[in-house]
Write a protein that binds this ligand. Structure first.
Ligand SMILES: *[C@@H]1O[C@H](CO)[C@@H](O)[C@H](O)[C@H]1NC(C)=O
Ligand SMILES: *[C@@H]1O[C@H](CO)[C@@H](O)[C@H](O)[C@H]1NC(C)=O
Ligand SMILES: *[C@@H]1O[C@H](CO)[C@@H](O)[C@H](O)[C@H]1NC(C)=O
Ligand SMILES: *[C@@H]1O[C@H](CO)[C@@H](O)[C@H](O)[C@H]1NC(C)=O
Length: 355
């Protein structure tokens, strides 16, 4: 696994160049990738703040869940953006040179939100599996219902509901800790908002699931519980929020900071919206000092008019057709006795690649 280490470098650089960042995330990724999940003690997490260290010391049993949650968030980010110019691959930068993903941008908003959600999600799922003494299933929302549908009596029993309150609490404590400094910067305000928006997606994702018991699926007796959807769905929701993100202006008056919409003054952003304060670069050309890889060599779709289409993906630089020819044995027949005869088939795979 190569990319988690890349993230470490770039995240640390965000932190050192801008005084804040997502070093907790990189820490989680390194712990996960380096040592096969063995090194998930908090002291192995690089770049965590004092506050986060204190959190880990008090809650050592959730640290592995945090690490894996951060890793899953990063993979999901790459999946959601694989057809866009910025594809959530964070750039490895040599020490002291360059920096990673620019803070305050739409992309940074997404990374914050999905990471915060990923950790809440994983901690919650691990709680439901019984991996920690401190948490378990949530039984508070369950009730036993006896209903009469037509003539049959139905019995419903409570199952193990995902305990999102604990998972969200862990995410809030751990993820937000890196932004909790006395004199918050404008970026910190924005990051905290997006961290929270990510957790809100988890909160709203809970849905009821039921399982029927009884004679041949008659559902006379069923067990129901509240459960989070697969993380992929969380990723989809988050990408929609990315597309609908609002640009905000942070204004400071004395001790008070306010976040206001830059363009649409009528519609206010809500807690659940992603917000950004800085326009994104176009991500067209490589610029290592800003952590931008550029789109040269990226695959594009020559019939699509969307972001994955060659015009947009390649930023009008043009593209080339690449034909990959390969041959393999095919139509094999067994001939009595005892040999196998095959034909050789040629296959062609065409793709288009940005110049
Ligand atoms: C994980 O730890 C176990 C025992 O502590 C050790 O045997 C194993 O080699 C470690 N795995 C890695 C990948 O470091
Ligand atoms: C807080 O930060 C602002 C700018 O971010 C700065 O102008 C101000 O002096 C800082 N205040 C303190 C007490 O550090
Ligand atoms: C993301 O884009 C870069 C170049 O822009 C490319 O090297 C990398 O393979 C891409 N990553 C994925 C997961 O497609
Ligand atoms: C390319 O885009 C077209 C139109 O959007 C779509 O129908 C097609 O499936 C895409 N091809 C690939 C390989 O993604």
């Amino acid at each position: 696994m190569r990319f988690p280490l890349l993230l470490l470098t770039s995240s640390l650089l965000i932190q050192s160049s801008m005084g804040l960042g997502m070093s907790w995330l990189s820490g989680g990724l390194v712990a996960w990738s380096d040592g096969g999940g063995n090194r998930t003690a908090c002291k192995d997490l690089k770049g965590v703040s004092k506050r986060q260290l204190r959190f880990c010391r008090r809650n050592p049993d959730v640290v592995p869940s945090i690490a894996i949650g951060a890793f899953n968030a990063y993979s999901e980010c790459q999946y959601q953006f694989k057809k866009r110019r910025w594809n959530c691959t964070l750039l490895e930068t040599s020490e002291g040179g360059g920096k990673g993903l620019e803070t305050g941008t739409r992309e940074a908003a997404f990374v914050h939100a999905i990471s915060s959600a990923g950790i809440a999600y994983r901690v919650t799922k691990d709680c439901s599996k019984g991996l920690s003494d401190k948490c378990g299933c949530d039984h508070t929302g369950n009730q036993r219902i006896t209903s009469h549908s037509s003539t049959k009596e139905q019995f419903e029993f409570e199952g193990c509901s995902d305990n999102i309150h604990y998972g969200i609490g862990v995410s809030r404590e751990f993820v937000d800790a890196s932004e909790r400094v006395k004199n918050k910067s404008e970026e910190s305000r924005v990051n905290l908002h997006n961290n929270r928006a990510g957790r809100e997606v988890i909160e709203k994702s809970l849905r009821r699931e039921c399982k029927c018991h009884g004679m041949s699926g008659s559902c006379e007796v069923k067990t129901c519980w509240m459960s989070m959807p697969p993380f992929r769905e969380v990723g989809e929701t988050m990408r929609e929020k990315f597309d609908g993100a609002s640009e905000v202006i942070i204004s400071t008056k004395g001790d008070e900071t306010r976040m206001t919409m830059k363009h649409n003054h009528l519609k206010r952003h809500t807690h659940a919206d992603l917000v950004y304060m800085r326009q994104s670069p176009d991500y067209c050309n490589i610029d290592e000092s800003r952590g931008i890889l550029g789109t040269r060599g990226r695959e594009c779709n020559h019939t699509s008019a969307a972001m994955d289409g060659c015009q947009l993906m390649c930023c009008n630089r043009g593209f080339k057709k690449v034909v990959k020819r390969s041959q393999e044995k095919c139509n094999c027949k067994f001939i009595y006795c005892c040999k196998v005869e095959c034909q050789t088939c040629f296959t062609e795979e065409t793709s288009y690649v940005c110049l």
